[in-house]
Design a protein. Structure first.
Length: 99
C-alpha cells in the first residue's frame, strides 16, 4: 500500500474532535510517545501529562542507563537503522555487549 497523507484542514478538524473529548491529555503509551500522530501529541490541551505506565518505563530506563548491574547486554531491534544510530552512539560506553 501507498500511504495517503491527510489534508491539513482534515488533520485540524480531527485534532479538534479529539480535544472535545477531554480537558486533560495523558499519554501512557511509551512505545508510541515519539510519534507525531494526532492522537499522540495532545495538541490544544492546556494540561498534558504522562501516566503511570510511562513513569514505570522511564524508571526502568533510568535504572539500566544510570546505574546498571554489570554486565549489560543491549538488544536493539527495528527496521530503521538510521533511527538507531544516535541511540547506539549514546549506549556504547554504557553496555558491555550490543546486538
Amino acid at each position: 500500500g501507498n500511504k495517503i497523507k491527510a489534508e491539513k484542514e482534515a488533520v485540524t478538524k480531527f485534532r479538534a474532535s479529539l480535544k472535545a473529548l477531554a480537558d486533560v491529555y495523558c499519554n501512557d503509551a511509551f512505545g508510541t510517545a515519539h510519534r507525531a500522530h494526532s492522537s499522540m501529541v495532545g495538541e490544544g490541551y492546556e494540561v498534558k501529562c504522562s501516566g503511570g505506565l510511562m513513569s514505570k518505563e522511564l524508571d526502568a530506563f533510568a535504572k539500566v542507563l544510570d546505574s546498571p548491574a554489570k554486565p549489560v547486554l543491549a538488544i536493539l531491534g527495528g527496521a530503521k537503522v538510521s533511527d538507531k544510530i544516535q541511540l547506539i552512539m549514546n549506549m556504547l560506553d554504557k553496555v558491555n555487549k550490543m546486538i
